[in-house]
Design a protein. Structure first.
Length: 421
């Protein structure tokens, strides 16, 4: 469910025409619908109504502070993986008591900062990390609240590169070492054991892998309790997939996901923590781009647009599918041609789609790449010295640029010439 639709023949975000925004801010740009973001977090919250939950939005999916602010106003917490993301979450008004810190490589500086902020939980991913966190906490006279992220050895996720719960993956502590690690952690003066954490992957489109992982977690909680360990929280991570339109993949509704969890994890009598990212913001964003050329190659016909892989790397990195539609609906009824939709970057992988059936689109026409709100802007780069593109947030009939396009001078401001040049 999202708020992008044709009105009067033109694609709108809520009540604002994307042509209006394009004329104002230039192309390409990301456009987010605030109503869609709010709707998604509310659907997730409603699915767990009556349960003790902390819904910690996974900031990496879309870290714009205004986006986080929308979620903060809905009562969400945050899942962060760096000191920078922690600062963003705090700047957006998320209380430290609703923030969990994940990631395999937290530095001592990041740990010290998170401890001084007073975050809810560190999700610890290895024994050396445990020792470092203990030392940092002791040096500050603090106790770090932790869960171990356990690796359940379950295969999940829409692509090999976004699967994290197999034993070959770098994530989490080994399943068969978990009880020993909990015993060790309990003896450390700077550590306070709070719970168990698991996250198995992203864009997971069926319930079975969640079920396998969560059953293992429930067994572990029982075993830890039998060992005398107090477990008051279980963090089930993120990963619930979304529909990317034409692919035909229809992931379970949050209500079905919640049904599974209520059956397996709710009986544990713990606070349930979730780290959803994609399902909150994915369908709340589109990437709007302008056609530069319609190029007839010797074997294929290319629609060359002004957005590129540096703006949205998901197709190049994971063969991800983003539906492409014209902003002008009149084009939708025209006879179709098969385009390879590509950007201007000098790489063959700078391709958004192959053989896309679209009306012939003249230079200057606008198109939208759908479902671009998650891992779009957040994974962008300035490759080919292309500026990061603006992000626009729509709320009803108004909109605001929530990140503007940098100038060339700003893009190069951090570079310094050595004195021998
Ligand atoms: N928690 C942890 C510990 C994570 O590593 C992630 C995502 C999430 C939560 C949120 O997962 P979500 O609900 O968004 O699936 N760049 C890739 C996705 C990478 C996901 C990384 N971790 C993509 O564009 O598909």
């Amino acid at each position: 469910m999202h708020h992008f639709e044709y009105r009067g023949g033109v694609l709108h975000a809520e009540d604002v025409s994307l042509e209006t925004i394009a004329a104002d801010v230039g192309t390409p740009f990301y456009c987010y619908s605030e109503a869609t973001i709010r709707r998604h977090i509310r659907v997730f919250q409603a699915a767990f109504k009556g349960c003790d939950t902390l819904i910690a939005y996974s900031v990496k999916a879309n870290p714009n502070i205004s986006v986080i602010k929308v979620l903060a106003s809905e009562g969400a917490g945050a899942d962060v993986v760096s000191g920078g993301e922690l600062k963003r979450a705090r700047a957006a008004g998320i209380p430290a008591s609703k923030i969990v810190f994940s990631g395999v490589g937290k530095t001592r500086e990041e740990m010290a900062f998170a401890l001084s902020e007073g975050i809810h939980q560190f999700n610890v991913e290895s024994e050396p990390e445990l020792d470092a966190l203990n030392e940092v906490a002791v040096s500050k006279g603090a106790k770090a609240p932790i869960a171990f992220r356990v690796n359940p050895d379950v295969k999940a996720g829409g692509h090999e590169k976004i699967s994290t719960g197999k034993k070959e993956d770098k994530f989490g502590v080994a399943w068969d070492r978990a009880r020993d690690l909990y015993a060790r952690a309990r003896a450390l003066p700077g550590i306070e054991v709070k719970g168990v954490d698991v996250h198995i992957g992203s864009q997971i489109a069926e319930l079975a892998p969640f079920e396998a992982a969560f059953n293992r977690v429930a067994d572990l909680v029982a075993a830890l309790r039998a060992d005398g360990c107090t477990i008051e929280r279980v963090d089930l991570g993120g990963g619930l997939g979304i529909s990317y339109g034409e692919t035909g993949v229809e992931p379970p509704h949050p209500d079905e996901y919640a049904g599974l969890i209520k059956r397996i994890a709710a009986p544990l009598g713990v606070q349930l923590i979730f780290e959803p990212g994609r399902m909150i913001v994915g369908n709340a964003g589109v990437l709007v781009s302008r056609v530069i050329y319609d190029k007839e190659g010797s074997a294929r016909r290319f629609l060359i647009i002004d957005a590129a892989m540096n703006d949205l790397i998901r197709p190049a990195l994971y063969d991800a599918h983003h539906t492409v539609i014209p902003v002008d609906e009149a084009e939708a009824d025209a006879s179709k041609v098969a385009y390879d939709v590509v950007g201007p970057v000098c790489e063959s992988s700078d391709r958004f789609g192959r053989d896309r059936a679209l009306p012939a689109l003249a230079p200057g026409k606008l198109i939208a790449l759908l479902t671009a709100g998650a891992y779009g802007a957040s994974q962008a780069s300035q490759y080919n010295t292309r500026p990061l593109i603006p992000e626009v947030l729509v709320n009803g009939a108004r909109y605001a640029v929530i990140r503007r396009r940098p100038t060339f001078e700003e893009m190069t401001a951090l570079e310094e010439k050595p004195d021998w040049l």
